[in-house]
Design a protein around this ligand. Structure first.
Ligand code: ATP
Ligand code: MG
Length: 289
């Protein structure tokens, strides 16, 4: 996993929520799980795809952007790297976008014909612009890509964006998204001893449970008996609610259910309009189907 950066806290939390107790010492490259036979290697994110592709480690947590760039890079060098994507994760969302100085006109990617574009993702950029038949010169920068136009190094940039604040602060505007990324869990192609594979399978079920729980809510409410179907229809992913009698009230019941989506205020207001009351939305800690 990434040692320190945008993926490290979420990666660590995911493992913790899966019940893996890791004793992380800040500066150490290797850490050990206290309660499972798992060793954690913490490196720069750029090194993770290669470590998995070369079979040095069994699993990696990495942004799809970095993974795909390394795949294209190795293919360009005549290699045929192999790995499995086990699962897309629920963090690390960002997009790789083209951005231009605010005063540059943009009517479509054709405007980039023959331009110099600064990026840390030359292969993803080339793959995208090649498909559109656009020639460009790439200027490879491994950091501070956003300053390249002002420094006179490039006419445009292709960089990661999540809110757009960095672009704005540098007088740039996003004109085209070329790749959408999230973190993912990958496994090396090396055949593993059955016990190790069984541990990975177990981990996958736990990860599924953790992510599903994070995306779900436990909902409790009181509802008029005759409006039960209308109320269930308003709740995404809540198929079969538990119905419980309310002491001393024959017209209404208590409903308990798991909803697979976040419940917005609007939905709660609509529930209330249907006669629901005492609506509680609770987080779920763990789930297993
Ligand atoms: P390292 O020192 O490990 O090489 P880094 O500086 O290359 O770190 P980070 O900035 O920590 O990388 O980003 C790691 C990953 O987080 C990115 O490759 C991307 O997948 C994801 N990410 C999510 N949001 C953003 C964002 N706003 N900007 C950049 N990366 C983001
Ligand atoms: Mg990096």
């Amino acid at each position: 996993m990434q040692k320190s950066g945008r993926l490290s806290t979420d990666s660590q939390k995911l493992l913790e929520h899966c019940g893996i107790k890791i004793n992380l010492q800040q500066q150490r490259l290797l850490a050990f799980a206290e309660n499972m036979p798992i060793d954690i290697m913490r490196v720069r994110d750029d090194d993770i795809p290669g470590l998995v592709m070369d079979g040095v480690v069994d699993l990696g947590i990495i942004g799809e952007n970095v993974l795909e760039e390394e795949l294209l890079n190795r293919r360009a060098q005549g290699e045929d790297p192999r790995y499995f994507i086990l699962r897309r994760l629920d963090f690390g969302a960002c997009r790789l976008s083209l951005a231009l100085p605010l005063d540059e006109p943009f009517t479509g990617p054709q405007c980039l014909q023959g331009k110099r574009i600064a990026t840390s993702y030359p292969h993803l950029l080339k793959q995208y612009l090649d498909k559109l038949g656009i020639n460009f010169k790439s200027c490879l920068l491994n950091g501070s890509v956003e300053v390249a136009p002002r420094a006179g190094l490039a006419d445009a940039i292709c960089d990661l964006v999540s809110t757009g604040a960095t672009l704005e602060a540098n007088g740039l505007r996003e004109v085209e998204v070329i790749y959408r990324s999230k973190a993912c869990l990958i496994q090396s192609d090396v055949e593993l001893p059955p016990a190790k594979q069984a541990l990975i399978d177990k981990l996958m079920i736990r990860i599924q449970g953790v992510i599903q729980a994070r995306e779900s809510k436990y909902i409790m409410l009181h509802a008029p008996t005759e409006r039960l179907d209308d109320i269930v229809a308003l709740l995404p992913g809540a198929e079969r609610p538990t119905i419980l009698p309310l002491a001393g009230d024959k017209q209404r019941v208590a409903m308990h259910m798991v909803s697979s989506e976040t419940l917005f205020w609007e939905t709660m207001e609509n529930l209330k309009a249907l006669g629901a009351s005492s609506i509680l939305v609770l987080p779920i800690e763990k789930m297993m189907e």
